[in-house]
Design a protein around this ligand. Structure first.
Ligand code: URA
Length: 238
């Protein structure tokens, strides 16, 4: 059960009005608790227990919308349940009671930036192709691709009967016989990055998403997460 809170605060949380305006509504006799009009400013209510109405209509608590950026470790699935009993990404967010879900997917063995939220509309918006949000990945690939092969990925390749969109692809560093590549795509096809590098003969050995739009992981350690504020959310769309 929730803890008690002042009626005007509860009304504001439910999106009825600002606290001040809620006080005016109370004073005007338009708010009732358990069927009784309440004008007392100190009145406390317990959400879920007391029945609050505004002009006779029930006032429902709105779940607060929250947004997290997680640095997903390997070994976690981005589904909400797993028949094989593997750990689920949402279990890593320990400080939030809201029912979160991941936006989009990352493979079991992929690490990196994953957004979790309880805002379905936002999740749909950022995944919609019309926004074409860039996703930046660092891929350790086998061998080191020749510039002609890199150019192929940059222009687009035929993957499962559909061309991939132009991508930004560059070499970040040589790692012994292998190569660390950066690739920026704005599509979200299943295992797309792995399939693109496999296509040019350089399979991915390790994959990490480093940024979602202009929202990057920065120094976050694997398994770390943080709540995003509105200006950080806007970075996704830059
Ligand atoms: N592309 C992949 O191949 N795997 C991911 O997890 C994400 C993008």
């Amino acid at each position: 059960m929730s803890s008690p809170l002042r009626l005007q605060k509860y009304l504001a949380q439910c999106g009825i009005a600002s606290r001040r305006r809620a006080e005016e509504l109370m004073a005007a006799g338009r708010i009732a608790v358990d069927g009784v009009i309440v004008k007392e400013m100190g009145t406390q209510v317990v959400p879920g227990k007391n029945r609050v109405t505004f002009d006779g209509k029930p006032v429902e608590a709105k779940e607060q919308l929250v947004y997290f950026l997680l640095n997903k470790p390997k070994g976690y699935v981005t589904t909400l349940s797993d028949p094989q009993g593997r750990p689920i990404v949402t279990s890593l967010i320990k400080t939030c009671e809201a029912r979160l879900f991941p936006v989009g997917r990352l493979d079991l063995d992929t690490e990196g930036a994953l957004i979790l939220t309880n805002d379905g509309e936002f999740a749909q918006k950022i995944q919609h192709p019309s926004h074409g949000i860039d996703k930046t990945y660092e891929a350790l690939v086998k061998g080191c691709p020749h510039k002609d092969k890199i150019a192929l990925l940059q222009r687009g390749i035929l993957l499962e009967e559909k061309m991939t969109s132009p991508a930004a692809v560059s070499i970040v560093a040589h790692a012994g016989r292998n190569c660390l590549m950066q690739i920026i795509i704005h599509e979200g096809r299943k295992r797309q990055v792995k399939k693109m590098f496999a296509f040019i003969g350089h399979p991915v050995l390790h994959l990490k998403r480093t940024a979602y739009g202009k929202l990057s992981l920065g120094r976050m350690a694997l398994g770390d997460y943080r709540q995003l504020n509105p200006s950080e959310l806007n970075k996704i769309f830059l």
